[in-house]
Design a protein around this ligand. Structure first.
Ligand code: PLP
Length: 396
């Protein structure tokens, strides 16, 4: 029989996708499920973006493009960083890929391998540790607590650094916690980074989704010299409701960008030509659909905050960005609900799905046992009825 490579033992499948699949299976059997697992906007992709894709098809923009992306899109992304983020960016530094996840993979392949350590503050997005392992490097998980706002302090960073540390991965606004680093917190971390040889992979995919006056900051632009050691990741999936189009990008120092482009040219060639033209319209076209979407997320966030406050024995810090609520459910451990003993976040999620038909993702998938993640990228009606079910479930 075919023997799998050693590498197959390094990587686990995405836990969020596994939970979503279990919810989908239940739905397919005819059961109504309140699905709070999804990490994607439930809105349609804006009309102007769809129209641009249709134009691209009709205009015959249906062939291979340069591996790193069409020049128009790379230039538009570079302009975005140069003007909005204050990070002078040459289009050659921009590599467009098949989603931000792919950009992260390419960046990690470019920057680390066996013998290297990559510092990842937890809670972290599920894929980080697995993508690091895929390169042969070792993820070094540094827990942050809810009490410190799920933010990595300069002290904790310094303690984590060893001669083998190659990279620090940060994600603000954060999936799963919704934490957003203040400018001062990020600057303090940046100063600590600059005192080391460690590079940074800054995942800024939720940069446009902030609430209550919080704002996201481009890490590479915070201090002189940071851009030379930072790879910035973003994309159109979350901001423009374009998860299926698969367009993300990395902005990297030129030598790193060149290698990422070369790697991609061998791995996958270019990202989808039609999606690239659509992404160009998303970035450069009118923004009214996006503003409506963000306003709707803000409304749902307010609703979720109110409902969580009414849940029995739940610890909670309201998110300041992204579209997730991260609930501490520890006080329920030791109870038996719906015939399932709640011992950890996985059994909690299983019991909630079985009894209340509420699907959530267990915190253990994010390196944060004791928590569960609820996505509010779902309609108000589902939120209302899902929270009713969850409240009743917790009351036993
Ligand atoms: N980074 C974070 C923190 C995410 O939550 C996600 C999607 O869930 C991604 C990256 C990947 O996005 P994309 O659809 O562009 O691959």
């Amino acid at each position: 029989s075919l023997r799998l490579a050693e590498r197959s033992r390094w990587v686990a499948p995405s836990a969020t996708m596994a939970m979503a699949a279990e919810a989908a299976r239940l739905k397919a059997s005819g059961v109504e499920v309140f699905d709070f697992t999804l990490g994607e906007p439930d809105f349609p992709t804006p009309e102007n973006v769809c129209a641009a894709a249709e134009r691209a098809i009709r205009d015959g923009k249906t062939h291979y493009t340069p591996a790193a992306g069409i020049p128009e899109l790379r230039a538009a992304i570079a302009r975005h960083y140069s003007t909005s983020a204050g990070l002078a960016t040459d289009p050659q530094q921009v590599i467009v890929s098949n989603g931000a996840k792919h950009s992260i993979h390419n960046a990690l392949m470019a920057l680390c391998g066996p013998g290297d350590e990559v510092i990842i503050p937890s809670p972290y997005w599920v894929s980080y540790a697995e993508l690091v392992r895929l390169t042969g490097a070792e993820p070094v998980i540094i827990p942050t607590t809810e009490a410190e706002g799920f933010v990595l302090s300069p002290e904790r960073f310094r303690e984590a650094v060893t001669p083998r540390s190659r990279l620090l991965m940060i994600n603000t606004p954060s999936n799963p916690t919704g934490a957003v680093y203040d400018r001062a917190q990020l600057e303090a971390l940046a100063d600590a980074v600059l005192q080391t040889e460690v590079g940074v992979l800054s995942d800024e995919i939720y940069e446009e989704l902030t609430f209550d006056g919080a704002s996201a900051h481009c890490f590479a632009a915070l201090r002189p010299g940071l851009a030379d050691r930072t790879v910035t990741i973003s994309g159109v999936s979350k901001t423009y409701a374009m998860t299926g189009w698969r367009i993300g990008w990395a902005v990297a120092p030129l030598s790193v960008a060149k290698f990422m482009g070369a790697l991609q040219s061998q791995e996958t060639s270019n990202p989808c030509s039609i999606s690239q033209w659509a992404a160009l319209e998303a970035i450069t076209g009118p923004k009214d659909a996006i503003e409506r979407m963000i306003a709707e997320f803000a409304k749902r966030r307010a609703y979720v905050i109110g409902r969580v406050a009414g849940l029995k024995d739940i610890g909670f810090t309201p998110p300041r960005g992204a579209f997730y609520a991260f609930l501490n459910v520890e006080r329920h451990f030791g109870r038996t609900l719906g015939g399932i003993e709640l011992t950890d976040s996985t059994s909690f999620c299983q019991a909630a799905l079985t009894s209340a038909k509420v699907a959530m993702v267990m915190g253990s998938a994010f390196g944060a046992e004791g928590y569960v993640r609820i996505s509010f990228a779902t309609g108000m009606d589902t939120l209302q009825r899902g929270f009713d079910a969850l409240a009743a479930f917790l009351e036993g």
